[in-house]
Design a protein around this ligand. Structure first.
Ligand code: NAD
Length: 457
């Protein structure tokens, strides 16, 4: 689906008119292309502690270590801001703050460079979670980072984003998932992720031998893969090296076969609500590809109705597809004993499941359900180095959202910090990251892909 307004305010004469009238001008977001540099310009790493120092070292490093792993990211790192320099990224290491008064130094220094950020720049904070075990001043300082990040993201323009990595106490800032999350937020893969904080709970996970093929050797199942977000997830997982099993209902068989062929995977015609769907998925993946490592629960439906008019005919199928089926499939996989090599479950939630949406009590029950499901499923997989997480898209340009009335659709698109709808690829990139080996320390989380939608948290 294309956004005519976004195209108009970014081209030729209409761009000038929009400028003169002071109309909102959403930026054309830069998306990931293989071979693109991770960050295209200088990176300013702020923070005074030893963790900031070691991270700056790692980001700027080059070459291989004794084991042949890439030691550094070869970025153009600066430690102090210089006048007239245009930064492509600012990494704000705030893991050592002890008191709210400690925020002023690094945060105001970062503020000083924001006006000169490059288009599509990235700001990423690294911090520690505020917990009830912290002293009150420490918890205040840490929670303050959250407020800074979310507000800063609302101030950025030109397609720039701000996101935070919250690293649990006792987990080093160079743990695989802390680095994996930092890299994801710095890259164009996270183009439509904005104003979000992602918690790294452990040092589990491994850095990939090749950052461009992190899923090499892995077998992934994607449900609802015949079109929209699911088709994009299938393509993205395949691009990142996975062998993909594309699942959808028999009625979508033709489209499904086209998707499976285009990613050189296999198609499985299956209604995910069937009682033995989990076993059928496992049987297909192991018979055709020898294993199953990643399951993406993407199949989803809406049947909107105000609760006052809601009927079981509108309620039941939404719950059955969106949450009952993933629950039953996960249970079958966990019980099978064949889903134990650092497995990954990624389920599609929705911002409706967080903030609620008028006319969507059934959908929000199912998507809120998905958020609860992954939180409680993750601990069942940690013994195998596995994870379960969710991705909550906001407004994404698909056939599902094309059915929204035109005016409501226009408003929905502008109600986020990036002032536009996301693309299926934005959700797919986030799913691919959570499915990767470097996300092994991210467990039970829900990451929003919503351009920092003003609705909800
Ligand atoms: P879509 O309607 O374009 O595609 C959904 C796919 O799921 C279809 O191919 C459909 O055939 C398949 N499917 C439906 N029921 C199935 C079943 N019982 N068994 C197997 N396959 C089935 O939807 P989309 O916009 O691509 O959304 C994908 C996911 O993202 C859904 O879970 C949706 O709730 C979620 N989501 C979408 C948006 C958005 O803005 N589009 C926002 C938030 C969440």
């Amino acid at each position: 689906m294309s956004d005519t307004y976004l195209n108009l305010v970014n081209s030729g004469f209409t761009k000038k008119v929009a400028q003169q009238l002071g109309l909102p001008r959403p930026a054309q977001l830069r998306r990931f292309r293989p071979g693109q540099p991770l960050v295209d310009g200088p990176v300013l790493v702020l923070g005074s502690g030893t963790e900031a120092e070691s991270l700056a070292h790692l980001l700027s490093g080059t070459g291989l270590d004794d084991g042949g792993a890439v030691r550094g990211w070869d970025l153009d790192v600066r430690r102090t801001p210089a006048a007239d320099e245009r930064y492509a990224a600012v990494v704000l290491v705030l893991t050592d703050v002890q008191h709210p008064d400690d925020l002023a130094g690094p945060v105001l220094t970062a503020g000083g460079v924001l006006k000169g950020l490059a288009p599509g720049a990235r700001v990423v904070t690294l911090s520690r979670p505020a917990t009830a075990d912290d002293g009150p001043a420490l918890a205040a300082a840490r929670q303050g980072v959250d407020g800074v990040l979310r507000s800063l993201a609302k101030e950025l323009r030109g397609g720039a984003t701000a996101n935070g990595v919250v690293v649990a106490d006792g987990v080093p800032v160079d743990a695989p998932s802390a680095l994996g999350a930092l890299r994801f937020f710095l890259s164009t893969r996270s183009a439509f992720v904005d104003g979000q904080l992602l918690t790294v709970g452990s040092d589990a996970g491994t850095l990939p031998a090749d950052w461009d093929q992190p899923l090499a050797g892995r077998v992934a199942v994607v449900t609802g893969a015949a079109r929209g977000i699911g088709a994009s997830i299938a393509a993205t997982l395949a691009r990142d090296g996975a062998t993909v099993v594309a699942v959808d209902v028999p009625a979508a068989g033709e489209q499904l076969a086209a998707v499976a062929n285009s990613v050189r995977g296999t198609a499985l015609q299956l209604d995910v609500t069937g009682p033995d769907a989990g076993q059928k998925i496992l049987d297909h993946a192991t018979a055709r590809h020898g294993r199953l490592d990643i399951v993406v629960h993407n199949a989803g439906i809406t049947r909107d109705k105000l609760l006052a008019n809601m009927t079981p005919e509108k309620w039941d199928p939404v719950l059955a597809v969106n949450v009952d089926a993933p629950l039953r499939i996960n249970e079958a996989l966990v019980e099978s004993g064949d889903f134990t090599d650092a497995p990954r479950i990624v389920a599609l939630a929705s911002t409706s499941g967080i903030a609620g949406n008028r006319g969507q009590t059934n959908y929000a029950a199912s998507k809120g359900g998905v958020i609860g499901m992954v939180r409680a499923t993750a601990p069942l997989l940690t013994a195998f180095g596995g994870t379960a997480n969710a991705v909550a898209p906001g407004f994404i340009e698909t056939e599902m959202t094309a059915r929204i009335p035109a005016l409501t659709r226009q408003v929905a698109r502008r109600l986020n910090s990036l002032q536009q709808g996301g693309q299926p690829i934005d959700v797919a990139e986030t799913v691919a990251f959570l499915a990767s080996p470097q996300a092994g320390g991210i467990m039970g989380q829900t990451l929003r892909v919503c351009g920092q939608n003003m609705v909800g948290q």
